[in-house]
Design a protein around this ligand. Structure first.
Ligand code: CDP
Length: 801
């Protein structure tokens, strides 16, 4: 085989879709043609349908369940109740946070929408009708809708199922240096305080949750198609909880219509469909409806935060105290790293050089659906950064300092990395002041301040909000991060075929982020194989290597790194093949993109494709044939992207309506694999941030009814409401420990964005004495704050009778 002139030149990386190429998303071809293959598209011979009966009451004892009418309905094959589940030891299941959760209620219902029974029938309509024919006799109990009620001495114990649970406290946890923080406060010239509530929110992906369980009696194999962001964890959980042999379980996560953390937990519907399929020996499909999704799954945030900052009068922050009360709902079922009860809340203030900090955190059970899911978030990072940036604004105001100057003065400096944060993380790299300068220049900061002052004189309220933050993305490393003892690392398997085309599989699972596009770009970068020649597969536990799945923007930092590492293993073997083909020793071989050549004679070379052919047809004596390998990547640290979000708004003083004038985003996520995809991630995140800060309201009334469990009340912004974004990518600080220098990006804008919007409205209200308006910053709240010159809380109301 001879080397052509074409192949002998180093390939242009952008031309082959390598690093930095804004390659079009390959998966979109099927998505925009309606050819995606989602869980609901799976249709199997003999398939039955499952529907769930949910509790109308948030807290009630179950006196009896009479399912006889449902059983008698034609087309009904099975009715599952808690009592039946209990006979199989499946009425309760362990959660990903060392708690337990009812699969189907036996003793009590503990939140509105809780799963009480399931019907499996010939079609979903029969199943739904049969659910309505089930008679449940409830004895209502007092309802708890916020932590303060739950902590009252006479509060009913929600989790009376748990031995030794005498109150509603889930945990008490603390981190940081209490004594050092006390000393900092003793030395402070000014102490600035802030209290706020980060309301419940919901990821509301377009596709709801669902599963198709298919137990095959003949082969004893259980195949489950399901909407999960972490298929391998589900396989392990099914094996352990249902005591089925793990090798006989195959979890397939097909196309997913958005996850955002909603599809990480294990939901009762999955478990019931699996048991039903085993009992009936037929495939059983469960597809959640929108209300079911909004009322019972994936709730995030719901945290009350208060804190104070010790300040020197020149603006230096000396210390921070933080306390959080997290409303976990009835079950602590979101995934948290085992060591950190309140997730990575203690990543707060990582961008700032603060000598001492102390955080206390308390989790409380309430009569709400399980909460605390990391919605586009690394385990509570969103709440942490929101509090941080609201606190920073309040502190600068209290000192009478400029918002930007105060931040710049306290930032970790470029030459201070790796930097140990006050709570013990080690941030890796960044150019914080430079990013801020880019943002300020883009928004024309000085001029806006002048304009704002002028407008004030004419009764117009303009505001500018800044949010700057670094956040930890990419859990593990395995030393510190595990879920239920399972260490957090990830994997990639690469098989290069003899024609030089390849298949790559990873332990991550894309839900719309574009892994099929970007992982192939990493292979192209490492091996010079055109990205179009690499097919990427994820989500099938029978074929993909073990991995912890995709959430918390961990894919690029961990699985993406594994892709680079496995490609390097392939390249190492290809080098031996090249030496054999070129009849020189390995030491005499050089590499350029897509080609090995002889150092002393650069025109003599072989392409990576020729090496691939040789791996199957002309390998040296003693070499194992084939060109494939697997890499498990345990990252040395989290990656720490940095972001600056700046918003300008105008508030109408008569109505409280506020409009976004401009929104500037400067994201430094290290090396961008695909700049277009990164921009898409940022725009999506900013839109979610805008939605959370301005319009999304899912709350509970004093009786525990979920208000907002439909899209008439829980608003998703359309293109009409969504502001325009001005994105900046000029600051690039490569991650020093990631093989290709990339940092995660997926959630940054959703994490850092909300504070920018709220800070902008608060800035417009400066001088009114209003310190805080809780999100969503609805016009009526702004109007109330302006009219009565008072803070507006978003905490749910409590029954007074
Ligand atoms: O874990 P998840 O995929 O949600 O988040 P991510 O790792 O931040 O990646 C989101 C998307 O952006 C993926 O397609 C990444 O490959 C891409 N990305 C990129 O092109 N460059 C980066 N530096 C980071 C992410």
């Amino acid at each position: 085989m001879t080397t052509t002139a074409n192949e002998s030149r180093a390939l242009d990386e952008i031309k082959i879709g390598g690093l930095g190429s804004s390659r079009k998303r390959v998966e979109d071809d099927r998505f925009i043609r309606g050819k995606g293959n989602y869980t609901d598209d799976v249709v199997l011979p003999g398939m039955l349908h499952m529907e769930i009966l949910r509790s109308p009451l948030p807290h009630a004892r179950i006196k009896s369940i009479d399912a006889s009418k449902a059983w008698a309905m034609p087309g009904v094959h099975l009715v599952l109740t808690g009592e039946m589940m209990a006979t199989r030891n499946l009425a309760w299941m362990p959660t990903l946070s060392y708690d337990t959760q009812a699969v189907l209620a036996t003793d009590k219902v503990r939140f509105q929408g809780q799963e009480v029974a399931c019907v499996i029938a010939d079609d979903p309509y029969i199943a739904k009708d049969a659910c309505e024919a089930i008679e449940v006799d409830y004895e209502p109990l007092p309802v708890i809708v916020n932590p303060w009620q739950g902590l009252a001495p006479d509060a009913p114990v929600i989790r009376d199922d748990k031995v030794n649970q005498a109150d509603n406290v889930v945990y008490n946890w603390e981190v940081g240096d209490k004594a050092g923080t006390d000393r900092a406060f003793a030395q402070a010239d000014v102490v600035s305080k802030l209290e706020l509530h980060y309301p419940r929110s919901h990821p509301s992906p377009i596709e709801c949750c669902g599963s198709v369980a298919d137990f095959n009696r003949a082969t004893q194999k259980l195949t489950v198609y399901m909407t999960t962001q972490a298929p391998h964890i589900i396989r392990a959980a099914v094996a352990m909880v249902a005591e089925l042999p793990e090798q006989m379980i195959r979890i397939i996560s097909p196309d997913i219509g958005g996850g955002f953390g909603n599809k990480v937990p294990v939901y009762p519907g999955y478990v019931c469909s699996i048991l039903a399929s085993i009992l009936l020996e037929r495939p059983v499909k469960w597809i959640e409806d929108k209300t079911g999704n909004l009322i019972s799954t994936g709730f995030a945030r719901d945290v009350y935060l208060k804190g104070e900052m010790a300040l020197r009068k020149d603006g230096k922050v000396l210390g921070v105290r933080m306390h959080t009360d997290a409303d976990h709902g009835a079950f602590f079922s979101d995934a948290q790293p085992s060591k950190f009860k309140i997730g990575l809340m203690h990543s707060a203030f990582a961008a700032y050089d603060i000598p001492a900090a102390h955080l206390t955190a308390r989790g409380v059970y309430t009569n709400k659906a399980p909460g605390g899911v990391a919605y586009r978030c690394s385990f509570r990072v969103t709440e942490a950064m929101f509090f941080q940036e609201r606190m920073v604004q309040a502190a600068a105001d209290d000192l009478g300092m400029d918002q930007a100057d105060f931040r710049r003065m306290n930032f970790v400096r470029d030459d201070d990395f790796p930097h140990r944060t006050p709570f013990g993380f080690l941030t890796d790299s960044g150019q914080y002041a430079k990013c801020l300068d880019v943002g300020l220049k883009a928004i024309d900061y000085e001029n806006f301040r002048k304009e704002q002052a002028e407008a004030r004189k004419r009764g117009r309220l303009l505001g500018l909000g800044i949010s700057t933050m670094t956040e930890p993305l990419g859990a593990g490393n395995s030393r510190e991060y595990d879920i239920l003892g399972i260490k957090m690392f990830d994997s990639a398997e690469l098989k290069v075929h003899m024609t030089g085309k390849a298949i790559l599989r990873t332990g991550a699972k894309t839900q719309g982020q574009g892994h099929e596009t970007t992982w192939a770009q990493i292979v192209a970068h490492e091996l010079g194989i055109p990205a179009d020649d690499v097919v990427v597969e994820e989500g099938d536990t029978d074929t993909a290597p073990f991995g912890m799945g995709t959430y918390a923007s961990r894919s690029t930092p961990v699985a993406g790194a594994a892709v680079a590492m496995v490609a390097r293993k392939i390249r190492a073997k290809a080098r031996k093949l090249a030496a054999h083909l070129l009849e020189v020793s390995e030491e005499d071989i050089e590499w350029e993109l897509g080609r090995f050549y002889v150092r002393s004679s650069p025109q003599r070379g072989v392409s990576i494709q020729e090496c691939a052919m040789a791996a199957y047809s002309n390998m040296p004596d003693g070499m194992e044939p084939g060109l494939e390998n697997t890499a498990y990547y345990d990252p040395p640290n989290l990656t720490w992207p940095f972001a600056v979000y700046i918003v300008t708004v105008e508030v109408d003083p008569d109505t409280g309506v506020w409009d976004v004038l401009r929104m500037v985003a400067v994201d430094d996520c290290g090396v961008r694999i695909n700049p277009m995809i990164v921009e898409g991630q940022i725009m999506g995140g900013l839109t979610e941030a805008y939605a959370m800060s301005s319009m999304q309201f899912i709350t509970f009334d004093a009786d525990g009814n979920c208000v907002g469990s439909n899209y008439m009340d829980y608003l998703l912004p359309s293109a009409w409401e969504t502001p325009g974004y001005e994105l900046h990518s000029e600051v690039v600080t490569p991650c020093p420990h990631h093989p290709i220098g990339a940092k995660g990006i997926g959630e940054c804008a959703a994490v850092g964005g909300p504070a920018a919007f709220v800070n902008a409205v608060m800035d417009a209200l400066s001088g009114t004495g209003v310190r805080n308006i809780d999100m969503p910053v609805l016009p009526d709240r702004v109007w109330e704050a302006l009219t009565y010159r008072r803070d507006v809380s978003g905490a749910p109301p409590i029954r007074q009778d």
